[in-house]
Design a protein. Structure first.
Ligand code: FES
Length: 134
């Protein structure tokens, strides 16, 4: 079902965990299956210097989260906002069609974490308990 690159990313995920006192954090749920992902970011001068994820999800969700966090480290927040799930799937050399929806979690969690970062810069507190289903 999965190619070797996806299996490797699932078996050896990078950036698992949580950044303490993150500059941005976002939690999203998958409307299709109910799985949940949380991303925390460390951002310095608008550049993502660290990203970590926690996923209650399937192998595809874990592989895409691992890959997406690796991809955004070193990007500016504007660049990271342009990262699509399709680009992450391409980096993994494909996912089975029925697992494409799993890759949406990482893209949306990163966007939500950046939204939180930008809100914090304006001293706006977002509701951290709210889970957006995407
Ligand atoms: Fe839920 Fe993959 S089945 S994220």
């Amino acid at each position: 079902m999965y190619n070797q690159k996806v299996l490797d990313a699932f078996a050896h995920p990078q950036n698992v965990g949580e950044i303490e006192n993150p500059d941005g954090e976002g939690t999203v749920g998958n409307a299709t299956c109910g799985d949940i992902m949380r991303i925390t970011l460390r951002i310095e001068n608008d550049v993502i210097v660290d990203a970590k994820f926690q996923t209650f999800g399937c192998a595809a969700a874990i592989a895409t989260s691992s890959t997406a966090t690796q991809m955004v480290i070193g990007m500016t927040v504007d660049e990271a906002l342009k990262l699509t799930n399709a680009r992450v799937v391409e980096e993994l050399e494909g996912l089975p069609p029925q697992k494409i929806h799993c890759s949406v979690l990482a893209e949306e969690a990163i966007k939500k974490a950046i939204e939180d970062y930008r809100a914090k810069q304006q001293n706006i507190q977002l509701d951290k308990t709210k889970i957006d289903y995407v």
